[in-house]
Ligand binder design. Structure first.
Ligand code: HEC
Ligand code: HEC
Length: 327
């Protein structure tokens, strides 16, 4: 018995020691770097900069980039991301104005394209999960974002606001070395589905362009970015997030289950919820569910048509309860 205990103690001790060594290794190693593997075609990329492309890019950026990179004045100088929980570190989205040193004024179209797809910069450094990777977005939509980044939009004019280097804590470092890795660079052209195919268009907007599934799945650690439909609890919701006040808000079940999802919603209720954040039960939907005013009604209706094809999940998600404040 005593011998068995000794062996057990020794084993536990070794595991703890090993774990400590592994953690120490990751904290010294930091966020991993990756080889830059740009094809000549990407390296020499020049995106079309016509006004339609710039307008399309501005629209996508207003839906996808502004939230993190917009400062209080509305310029794209970035900010400290208050919604990143402390154990992950102190993270600033960066200045993406056209300033040559502090912003991205010196990046080529190809460098931007490669980074937006993979999160890998030219020096091999990698932007871990907080910066989304546009790995499934159509080529022309990523080009459009770059056309907009290059445009004369005053919010992108060179600006000197600067943040200290990002500090990723052990938790981020371990995750970036284990669970997370850069998505593969697409090996074939990605195109926007024809607008006559409503379900395909809705699927493109929800899954590939705006990644609604990434918030509306069941577990942040089990989101499958390569194959959205394989994400755990796909569109069944329940991921815990924080609003601006630091309170817990869980993503909603937006499958068509009649009791626990949105199976009883009308198309119009869905349009008003997604475009304007209107909660059909009254009041407004909580951050981080943001109004998507830049989407057209037809685009939101396409998302609704697509969600009707998603397998129904019976999953009751505890809703955010506003604190009753007495004055
Ligand atoms: C959820 C927050 C978030 C969103 C949304 C977001 N970013 Fe970022 N972005 C970040 C963070 C955080 C970093 C810094 C990562 C790092 O340095 O490790 C970053 C870095 C970048 C960089 C690299 C800047 C540099 O100097 O290294 C570019 C370029 C960029 N983002 C562009 C975009 C564009 C374009 C969009 C919209 C398609 C976008 N980002 C959406 C958080 C975000
Ligand atoms: C950043 C995470 C995030 C993203 C991205 C996101 N949502 Fe949400 N969504 C939430 C959260 C959190 C709630 C719950 C809000 C609440 O309880 O008030 C929610 C609520 C909703 C609701 C209301 C459901 C109900 O029962 O009240 C709908 C509809 C919805 N989202 C649709 C979408 C669609 C469509 C997209 C993509 C265009 C999307 N969401 C993208 C986080 C997100």
């Amino acid at each position: 018995m005593r011998r068995a205990l000794k062996i057990l103690g020794f084993t536990v001790g070794s595991i703890v020691l090993l774990l400590g060594l592994v953690l120490a290794y990751f904290s010294i190693k930091g966020i991993p770097s990756f080889e830059v593997n740009m094809t000549p075609e990407t390296a020499n990329l020049k995106v079309p900069r016509d006004s339609a492309s710039v307008a399309r890019g501005a629209k996508i950026a207003s839906l996808l980039c502004g939230e993190c990179h917009r400062d209080a004045e509305g310029n794209m100088t970035g900010k400290i991301m208050s919604e990143v929980p402390k154990p992950f570190g102190v993270i600033a989205s960066r200045n993406i104005t056209q300033h040559p040193e502090i912003g991205i004024g010196r990046w080529t179209d190809g460098e931007l394209y490669y980074f937006l797809r993979t999160g890998i910069r030219q020096d091999g450094s990698w932007a871990p999960p907080f910066m989304p990777k546009l790995s499934r977005m159509a080529d022309t939509d990523v080009y459009a974002i770059i056309a907009w980044l290059r445009s004369d939009d005053p919010r992108l004019a060179p600006n000197t606001r600067e943040y200290p280097p990002n500090k990723y804590n052990l938790l981020s470092t371990v995750l970036a070395n284990t669970l997370f890795s850069p998505p593969a660079f697409p090996d074939q052209p990605l195109v926007i589905p024809d607008s006559s195919n409503q379900v395909a268009l809705g699927q493109y907007i929800a899954n590939d362009m705006l990644e609604c599934f990434a918030c509306h799945s069941g577990d942040m650690m089990k989101v499958d970015s390569d194959n959205p439909a394989k994400s755990f609890g796909y569109y069944g919701g329940g991921i815990e997030m924080q609003n601006h006040e630091g309170e817990i808000v869980r993503s909603a079940n937006i499958t068509m289950d009649k009791q626990t999802g949105i199976g009883n919603w009308t198309e119009q209720q869905f349009v008003e919820a997604v475009k304007y954040g209107k909660n059909p039960r009254g009041g407004a939907l909580q951050y981080p569910m943001s109004p998507h005013t830049a989407l057209s009604d037809a685009e939101v209706r396409a998302i609704f048509a697509f969600l009707k094809t998603v397998p129904v999940q019976q999953h009751a998600v505890e809703r955010y309860q506003p604190k009753i404040t007495s004055r």
